[in-house]
Structures are given as structure tokens and as C-alpha cells.
Design a binder for this molecule. Structure first.
Ligand code: ADP
Ligand code: ASP
Ligand code: MG
Length: 410
């Protein structure tokens, strides 16, 4: 018997009707002879609503209690789905992350999955049950505390479970038909990709394509689990994320990200050690710095700009201001109205001229580029926040991804 892990995202379980149709799908899968482990997200916007509730109580809730609160979202869905499946005459059992043996480190809100002891899942499957696991959560075995693994984390729960249980495939059911060449809500003309390699999907996810959490793709790549991203609203084939693809796209897609802010330190002394002095305290404070640009120095001083997640910008600005004083820098400016657009494609490393076309396309759309960073398979530009959609559209017009080798022409 083959085993399938099916993960259902927030919109897909957003109402009793939606939960009933998820139950129909799970039961149909078991009727075709497959074992099913279902991983569920919280219903609709429940996680956001719970965060708002906490903020209404206090601006700075303890991280432990925040995790106790947020894990409740997925518990509601898992029990309702178990009820819906049982009502269809198929035995089902729901488990919290902790009951399912998902062991994490102790970092509340961003815990890493260390190990999965799936005994209770295996037991349930052996008895012919559908096992439903609450996504996005686990337990730190040392402190016995409940943890969450980061926004969008149910994707990672599902792929990690698929790896541990030796599932044949991990299906990610969501509210779009698969992975598109750009967010279909921003570029309605974007096409669905039939398949994409782990490496390219990793860059798309890490560059802001929220359709699949980055760490889910990492698990998929590490354990070679085929991931099928598809719609919970229809039976269409979606996108296969897997090791090798039929043809290597020069450009596979465009991602955008509005979750970062830019800090600029003006008038930093232009001498050895200054960058280290600036970024060491940020690293020690757990701040993830993404792009960095240092300008050419004039009269012994220079400006340094860098981006950090908006979620930690206040903390990052405090740390930076303190160090800047010590370094004798002039000012620290915070700019939250920025966004990042990224062009991704494994074939771009062997096709020169892609970067120049990106810059020209943005220029023709009258979009100013504030920062640039590249990897072998990605080009990212920081632009004004209110020009992000336009920038994505301009790059889509220019490259029409997926752009494969044969189509390049000259
Ligand atoms: P779920 O609740 O099912 O996990 P998410 O909201 O996390 O769903 O992810 C699905 C959303 O991801 C889509 O509604 C879409 O707007 C967004 N998205 C961003 N980039 C892409 C892309 N390249 N392809 C498909 N969807 C994308
Ligand atoms: N409910 C969590 C979130 O909204 C986890 C998930 O949906 O994957 O981030
Ligand atoms: Mg998601």
C-alpha cells in the first residue's frame, strides 16, 4: 500500500463546507487503496486573528504563551476534519504536533524540526485509520514546551512527515492551481508550471513566493520527496517540485516580497572593521540581514544600506543606532516602503545578458532600482514598495516565464 501525505492550507479548510470537501477527498484517496496522513493548517485567517487578539491584550506577549495560543488554530481544524472523515464511515484520528512526535528545538515562533518519532502515526495507519496531524507545531523534548515552526509552517510539517514515514508523495493542497511563473494574484496572465526543480523552488520561496514554505522545499530536496502543489478546489494536476526537470528553464519565475525594510547608516567612517562592527551586534541579536550595499566613500566616510525583516526592524534600528553612535556615524534612516522583486532560473548562469534585460525592463517602466543582489540562479532588486506589482508585471512582460532554452532565439 502506498502512503500519501496530504496537506490542506488555511483557505482549503476555511469553513465547514470546505472541511467536508477535504474529507471527501481524503476518503476518496483511501478508497483507491492509499494510506493517508493529512496535515492541516488553521481555518482561514485564524492565525492572524489569534495574533491580533494577543496584540489587543499586550504589545509584547511572552513567546511561550504566543505558541500556546497559535497552536490552538490547527487543533480546531484537526478535530473537525477527524469528525468529518468519521462521519463518512472512515476511521480517523487527530494528533497534535506533540502527540505525533514532532520534536523541535526550543525557539518559540521559529523552532526547527529536529526529529519526528511517528510511532502513534504508524500505529494509527496500521489500524487502517486516516491520521490527521496539526501542522506548524511541535514540542521541545528538553523543556517539554510546545513550539511553532514559523508562518506557513504546515508545509514543512507535511514534507518532514512524508520524509519520516517514507511516503510516496507529499501533496500540498492550496487555493491556487499550483506554482505559477509569478504570483497569479499580481500577474493574472502568469502560467502554471508543470514542474520545477527543488533548487529553483527554493529560490522562489526564499524570494517571497509564499505558495510553499522555504523549509518545506529544503526537506523535499534533502530527502528527495516529490512535492505536488495543487488546488483543493478541483482535480487538476498541479506543479511537481522534484529533483530533475525535463527541460532547464532559463527563467522559471518571478517572486516578490514586501516583508523587508531598509536601514541606511549615513556618514560611517570609511576604514577597515566598520562593517564588522556594524553587523556583528545584529547577528548576535538574531537579526537576519538580507541585502547589503556600501557606497563609494567620500572624504573618509560612506553610507551603508541593508535590509532586514520588517518584523524585527524596530529592534534592528535600536541596535544599529547604538553602534552608529559608537562608530561616529551621522544618522540611521528606516524605510519600510520597499519591496524586492526577483527573477529566478537555473539556466540564467549560462545565458549572459539576463541582468541587463532586468535593469532595462525596470527602467522602461520608470522604476528605480535601489539595491541589487544576485546568485547563480537569481537576480533580485529592491524597489519602492508601491512599485512592486508594476515591477513584477514589467519583468513578466520582458521574459514571459517559463522561458526555455529553445525560445531564446538569437
Ligand atoms: P495556504 O493557506 O494553502 O498555505 P498560502 O496563502 O500560504 O496558501 O499560499 C498560496 C498563495 O501563494 C496563493 O494564493 C498566491 O497568492 C501566493 N503565491 C505567491 N507566489 C505564487 C506563485 N509563484 N505561484 C502560486 N501562488 C503564489
Ligand atoms: N497557520 C499557520 C500560518 O498561518 C501555519 C500554516 O498555515 O502553514 O502561518
Ligand atoms: Mg501556506
Amino acid at each position: 500500500m502506498s502512503l500519501i501525505v496530504q496537506k490542506f492550507g488555511g483557505t482549503s479548510v476555511g469553513s465547514p463546507d470546505r472541511i467536508n470537501s477535504v474529507a471527501d477527498r481524503v476518503c476518496a484517496t483511501t478508497r483507491s487503496g492509499h494510506g493517508v496522513v493529512a496535515v492541516v493548517s488553521a481555518m482561514g485567517d485564524t492565525t492572524d486573528d489569534l495574533i491580533q487578539l494577543a496584540e489587543a491584550i499586550t504589545p509584547d506577549p511572552p513567546a511561550r504563551e504566543m505558541d500556546m495560543l497559535l497552536t490552538a488554530g490547527e487543533r480546531i481544524t484537526m478535530a473537525l476534519l477527524a469528525m468529518a472523515i468519521s462521519a463518512r464511515g472512515v476511521e480517523a484520528m487527530s494528533l497534535t504536533g506533540s502527540q505525533a512526535g514532532i520534536l523541535t528545538d526550543g525557539t518559540h515562533g521559529a523552532a526547527r524540526i529536529r526529529e519526528i518519532r511517528g510511532d502513534r502515526i504508524q500505529e494509527g495507519l496500521a489500524r487502517g485509520k486516516v491520521v490527521i496531524v496539526a501542522g506548524f507545531q511541535g514540542v521541545d523534548p528538553t523543556s517539554k514546551e510546545i513550539t511553532t515552526i514559523g508562518r506557513g509552517g504546515s508545509d514543512a510539517t507535511a514534507v518532514a512527515l512524508a520524509a519520516t514515514l517514507g511516503a510516496d508523495v507529499c501533496e500540498i493542497y492550496t487555493d491556487v492551481d499550483g506554482v505559477f511563473a509569478a504570483d497569479p494574484r499580481v500577474v493574472p496572465a502568469a502560467v502554471k508550471l508543470a514542474e520545477i526543480s527543488y533548487d529553483e523552488m527554493l529560490e522562489l520561496s526564499a524570494s517571497g513566493a509564499g505558495v510553499l514554505m522555504t523549509r518545506a522545499v529544503e526537506f523535499g530536496r534533502r530527502f528527495n520527496i516529490p512535492i505536488h502543489v495543487r488546488s483543493s478546489f478541483n482535480e487538476n494536476a498541479g506543479t511537481w517540485v522534484k529533483e530533475t526537470t525535463m527541460e532547464q528553464a532559463i527563467i522559471s519565475g518571478i517572486a516578490h516580497d514586501r516583508s523587508e525594510a531598509k536601514l541606511t547608516v549615513r556618514g560611517v567612517p570609511d576604514k577597515p572593521g566598520v562593517a564588522a562592527d556594524l553587523f556583528e551586534p545584529l547577528a548576535e541579536g538574531g537579526v537576519n540581514v538580507d541585502m547589503i550595499v556600501q557606497n563609494i566613500g567620500h572624504d573618509g566616510s560612506t553610507d551603508i544600506s541593508f535590509t532586514v525583516p520588517k518584523a524585527v526592524v524596530t529592534h534592528a534600528a535600536e541596535v544599529t543606532t547604538k553602534v552608529s553612535h559608537e562608530l561616529g556615524a551621522q544618522t540611521v534612516e528606516v524605510d519600510e516602503n520597499i519591496g524586492k522583486v526577483s527573477l529566478i532560473g537555473a539556466g540564467m548562469k549560462s545565458h549572459p545578458g539576463v541582468a541587463a534585460r532586468v535593469f532595462r525592463a525596470l527602467a522602461e517602466a520608470a522604476i528605480n532600482i535601489e539595491m541589487i543582489s544576485t546568485s547563480t540562479i537569481r537576480i533580485s532588486c529592491i524597489v519602492r514598495g508601491d512599485q512592486v506589482d508594476e515591477a513584477v508585471a514589467a519583468l513578466h512582460r520582458e521574459f514571459q516565464p517559463p522561458l526555455v532554452a529553445e525560445e531564446v532565439g538569437a
